[in-house]
Ligand binder design. Structure first.
Ligand SMILES: [Zn+2]
Length: 421
């Protein structure tokens, strides 16, 4: 990297003002943002973003999933762009930072490069991915999923909201169904800056999370069947109590999570008991299991342990067990060269950092399937997110954007060296 690039910092005040300006589009009374995917407000923020990027000298491409690519040309048009970005849509009662800082720090990066008169070797792109949140059109990360070949375009277009409006119709209606086929767009690298949405960085006084992996997740559905019986006349040893068996199973599932500390988490978040009557021994239950860990092998072990222990509990309680895995989202390790670029950027800037595993899904997790990718986390107050009270400190957001800028410039220097070699 040149001396000029090494000393370069983003304009923290301008970045913060930009975040506060776009927060007006869909602002809620409690200080949050409600900007649902493909709504009129989504169109407004997209128009704002496209306009700001054009003013920064970018050319704009919109693909047929509505993903926006704002490109700042590089010296070498044969190199695939180095991309940064995230999402501008929010949860129904979302905050000002989730996704948004990843896109707007990209815009700030462009403005900083322009002011400094730095020409990169590769083009730089800032991306706004459509429908990351998935709250209006499930599933989440729909458009980055199509980009990475995880979903078909037809599947995406057919997703409907609760009023029966389809993703395809709404994309057309707001005028963001572009010409470019989604996915036919090589990237040299992709970096996503995001708030942590968890409490770890804040608790440890770290400013930068060097994200190494996105953890894997498996979902199960469990049905336990015993026998409905009179609560007053059935002696304790003769009962087939499905709810009691389920309670023991929940305890066992929790223990599996603790056994694989510190990274494992296991949750039973939903349970239904039948007939749900105070004087009937419950004959049937249905519950869900959510298990997560960064390594597939550990997830497989956890699955084995849960299966074995639930079967043993069912046998001991005289009930039947049906356990079905309904979803498997494998862990995503990020690209070493991109993770290194983030780690070194934080170190060179003297920012306290630590390695961290993303507990939540992000566009970067899909993009990682088709381009070398990494993420940068910055703290958010008490880890609260998907909430109008979501809060990040201006200096932390600025630090994250500086790391982003430096990681991009280091990647560009590496690509330039590759071209010369
Ligand atoms: Zn997000």
């Amino acid at each position: 990297m040149s001396q000029k690039a090494t000393n370069l910092r983003i304009n923290a005040e301008r970045l913060w003002e930009t975040i506060m300006e776009t927060a007006q589009i869909g602002a809620t009374a409690k200080g949050g943002v409600r900007r649902l995917t493909l709504s009129d407000l989504d169109r407004r923020v997209r128009d704002w973003f496209v306009d700001a990027c054009k003013k920064a000298g970018c050319s704009i491409t919109v693909d047929d999933m509505g993903n926006i690519f704002a490109r700042r040309a590089g010296k070498n048009p044969n190199l695939a762009p180095i991309a940064v970005g995230s999402h501008l849509d929010t949860q129904p009662s979302g905050g000002k930072f989730d996704g948004i800082i990843g896109v707007l720090s990209g815009l700030e990066l462009l403005r900083t490069l322009n002011e400094a008169g730095i020409e990169t070797e590769a083009p730089i792109e800032v991306i706004d991915w459509t429908n990351e949140e998935g709250s209006r059109f499930a599933p989440a990360m729909l458009a980055s999923g199509v980009f990475a070949g995880k979903f078909s375009r037809e599947y995406a277009y057919a997703r409907a909201d609760r009023d029966g409006k389809s993703f395809g119709e709404e994309l057309e209606r707001i005028g963001y169904r572009g010409e470019a086929p989604c996915g036919a767009h090589p990237l040299s690298a992709f970096f996503e800056l995001h708030i942590e949405q968890g409490p770890i960085l804040e608790a440890e006084g770290k400013v930068i999370g060097v994200v190494t992996d996105v953890q894997g997740m498996r979902w199960y559905e469990v049905t336990v069947e015993g026998e409905d019986c009179h609560a007053g006349t059935t002696p304790m040893p003769m009962r087939k109590d499905a709810l009691l068996a389920s309670a023991r199973m929940i305890t066992a599932i929790n223990a599996v999570g603790r056994r694989h500390a510190p990274h494992a988490v296991t949750t039973v978040g939903l349970i239904e008991a039948q007939p749900n009557s105070r004087n009937v021994i419950p004959g049937k239950t249905f519950f869900t299991i959510d298990i997560r860990h960064p390594h597939d092998a550990v997830l497989a072990t956890m699955e084995d342990e849960i299966t074995r222990e639930l079967e043993a509990i069912a046998a001991a309680c005289g009930v039947s067990l049906a356990l079905e895995r309904v979803w498997n989202s494998p862990p995503v390790p990020f690209a070493k060269e991109c993770v290194d670029a983030v780690r070194e950027a934080a170190r060179d800037l003297g920012l306290p950092s630590r390695e961290i595993i993303s507990g939540a899904g992000h566009d970067a997790a899909y993009v990682a399937a088709v381009a070398p990718t990494a993420m940068i986390f910055v703290p958010c107050e008490r880890g609260i997110s998907h909430n109008e009270l979501e809060k990040a400190e201006p200096e932390h957001v600025a630090a994250g954007a500086d790391v982003l800028l430096r990681a991009v410039l280091a990647t560009d220097a590496r690509l330039a060296e590759g071209v010369r070699a």
